[in-house]
Design a binder for this molecule. Structure first.
Ligand code: IYR
Length: 235
C-alpha cells in the first residue's frame, strides 16, 4: 500500500535491457569484481572536502535498490555541517565508551581486537560527510495514517550495499559505523520515532598513511561461500 489509492498492475516492456555476448558479460563481471576488491573500510580520513553532488548521486544510486513491495523503506541524512558532525561524534563516543568498557561483553570485544577499534571516533568529525541510514519500520501518508513495510532490514541492507558500491566506484572511501545504541540520532537529526537508525557511513578520502587491519584482507574463498547445484558436479 504505497499509494493511498489502489495502484493497478500495469506491465511495461523491460526498459534498459542489456544485450552482451557471453564473453563481454564475463569481462564485465571480472572487471566489477576487480573494482570491488579494491574497496576497503577506511578509519582515517583526510579533511579534503567532497562535493555535495557526489553524495547526492551516490544516494540516488542507493535509492534504486529493490525493496519489499517497492516501498523503499529507507531514509538518508547527509551531514557535512561541522557542528552537527561534532555533536554526533560526542554522542556516539558516549555510547561507545559504555560499549568498550564492558557493555559489549567479552566475546564481542575479543572479536573486535584484530580490528583495533576503540571508543574514540575522530573520523566522525574529520570525514567530510556522514550519511546516516534510517529504516522506516512503517510508512506514513501525508495525513499521518500508516501503512506496513515489508522486508525492511533486507531492503535497507541492499540499498546500503548499493550506496557503498556507488561511493567506492566514485573513488570515495567509507566506514560503516554502528554506535550501539543509535537512538540518539533520531533526536539529533529530527527523524520520526518510526525510523530506526541502522548505521552511520563516514565518507571521504583516505588520509595520507591510512591503514587497514591485516585481518580485513582475509576474505573467505569462493568455495567457502558458494555451493553450486547444477546437476553435473558435486561442488
Ligand atoms: N560499534 C563499535 C563496535 C564495532 C562493532 C563491530 I560488529 C565492528 O565490526 C566494528 C566495531 C564501533 O564502531 O567501534
Amino acid at each position: 500500500m504505497f499509494s493511498k489509492t489502489n495502484l493497478p498492475h500495469e506491465p511495461l516492456p523491460l526498459p534498459d535491457r542489456a544485450a552482451y555476448d557471453d564473453a563481454t558479460m564475463q569481462a564485465r563481471a571480472s572487471a566489477f569484481l576487480g573494482l570491488m576488491k579494491t574497496r576497503h573500510s577506511v578509519r582515517d580520513f583526510a579533511p579534503r572536502p567532497v562535493a555535495r553532488e557526489l553524495i547526492e548521486t551516490a544516494v540516488a544510486t542507493a535509492g534504486r535498490a529493490p525493496s519489499g513491495a517497492n516501498h523503499q523503506p529507507w531514509f538518508f541524512a547527509a551531514i557535512s555541517d561541522p557542528a552537527l558532525k561534532s555533536r554526533i561524534r560526542a554522542e556516539a563516543e558516549e555510547e561507545e565508551g559504555r560499549f568498550y568498557d564492558g557493555g559489549a561483553g567479552d566475546e564481542w570485544l575479543r572479536a573486535l581486537e584484530p580490528l583495533g577499534t576503540d571508543a574514540q571516533k575522530p573520523h566522525l568529525e574529520i570525514a567530510p560527510w556522514l550519511i546516516v541510514i534510517f529504516a522506516q519500520r512503517w510508512g506514513e501518508f501525508d495525513d499521518g495514517t500508516r501503512f506496513k513495510n515489508y522486508y525492511v532490514p533486507e531492503s535497507v541492507g541492499i540499498a546500503t550495499g548499493f550506496l557503498i558500491a556507488a561511493l567506492h566506484n566514485a573513488g570515495l572511501s567509507c566506514l560503516t559505523h554502528t554506535p550501539n545504541p543509535m537512538k540518539f540520532l533520531n533526536a539529533t537529526l529530527g527523524r520520526p520515532a518510526h525510523e530506526k537508525p541502522v548505521m552511520i557511513l563516514a565518507v571521504g578520502h583516505p588520509a595520507e598513511g591510512a591503514t587497514v587491519p591485516a585481518v580485513a584482507k582475509i576474505k573467505k574463498p569462493l568455495d567457502a561461500i558458494l555451493a553450486v547445484h547444477d546437476g553435473h558436479s558435486e561442488t
